[in-house]
Design a protein around this ligand. Structure first.
Ligand code: TXA
Ligand code: MG
Length: 315
């Protein structure tokens, strides 16, 4: 399917990807049109192993090799200068390319059997919640995708961490499955994190990190555990529809009128279930979902980031 220019959705440890042959410009163009995504938002190229780094990137730095060796296969995307053979259709016209080796048996077997790089964004329509099951992909993309490989629910549940290696020092442009702490451990120094939609002083920013991303239909309101009883009561008084709650644990003292989604657990567990809970809120027809985020450490950083964006875009 990939060799004939088709689109194949496949599971990774983070979220499902909508894959196309990275060397086929027509197939890559179809990814953009199916997603409804602006063509200047570059796609990540997925590779079978770290040895392919030198085929896809130019002048690979020791830092790039260090991070690839430490974290691949895994939820880390490296932004590096593209090698001249990488199509500008994939990179959105940029001189850089995002590369990663996913940590999922199905994805790796697909990559090995195919042999080339697979360009893949998350397999959702532009601006919507990323899919973490094959059923999510089918619900979002229907017949617009030629084949969906079902690998079950994604283990990590939030997208890869994106590290920009094209400047003097590494900069995290998207919080994700690899925590900043683990990056700092391997690099041996503090790493700048710049995940806002605004460009940093150096101009670094991941296009596509729009505040309007990751939003379900339900309006998202963030609350600390401490304030949650008031937040629930205020929402019940103000809302025209049903009010739901997503929290790490079961909370006591809440109004019986609130629809409690199954608790999301630790930061890692929360990441794994976040996107399916947001979709569940829509299936239940909730008009408001109050979210108590997990602690803002480790993968919790990515969960807090996605919840903040979802809340900002549904205000
Ligand atoms: O976990 C993931 O990374 C998933 C799975 C499928 O691998 N993929 C994913 O892709 O989240 P996508 O396209 O939804 O998000 C990739 C982000 C976008 O914000 C894109 O703009 C940015 O990475 N990106 C990719 N290549 C880039 C480049 N050369 N320069 C700047 N940003 C880049
Ligand atoms: Mg995406």
């Amino acid at each position: 399917m990939l060799r004939s220019g088709g689109l194949v959705a496949f599971p990774t440890e983070t979220v499902y990807g909508l894959g196309a042959d990275a060397s086929n410009d027509a197939a890559v163009a179809r990814v953009f049109s199916v997603k409804g995504r602006p063509t200047d938002h570059p796609l990540i190229v997925h590779l079978a192993d770290a040895e392919q780094l030198d085929d896809w990137a130019a002048d690979v730095s020791p830092t790039a090799h260090l991070l690839a060796d430490a974290f691949w296969p895994g939820p880390l995307t490296l932004l590096v200068e593209r090698s001249s053979s990488v199509s500008l259709a994939v990179t959105g016209g940029r001189s850089t390319v995002g590369l990663r080796v996913p940590d999922h048996t199905v994805a790796l077997e697909l990559l090995r059997a195919f042999g080339g790089g697979i360009a893949a964004p998350s397999a959702n329509r532009f601006g919507r919640v990323s899919p973490t099951t094959a059923a999510h992909v089918v619900a979002d993309l229907g017949d617009d995708v030629d084949l969906v490989l079902d690998g079950g629910a994604c283990r990590v549940g939030v997208e890869s961490t994106i590290v920009d290696l094209t400047g003097e020092l590494p900069v995290v442009l998207r919080a994700g499955g690899i925590s900043v702490d683990r990056l700092e451990e391997v690099l041996g120094h503090v790493v700048e994190v710049h995940v806002s939609a605004e460009p940093s002083e150096s101009g670094a920013r991941a296009p596509g990190m729009l505040e309007a991303h990751y939003a379900p239909e339900a309006r998202i309101i963030l609350s600390s555990e401490h304030d949650v009883i008031n937040a629930v009561n205020d929402a019940l008084a103000a809302a025209t529809g049903r009010v739901g709650l997503l929290a790490p644990t079961v909370l006591v003292g809440l109004s019986e009128d609130v629809v409690e989604l199954e608790p999301a657990g630790t930061a890692d567990d929360y990441a794994a279930v976040l996107y399916s809970r947001l979709r569940q809120a829509d299936r239940l027809g909730l008009s408001v979902l109050i979210c108590v985020p997990p602690p803002n450490v480790g993968v919790g950083l990515a969960v807090n980031d996605r919840l903040r964006r979802a809340a900002a875009s549904s205000r």
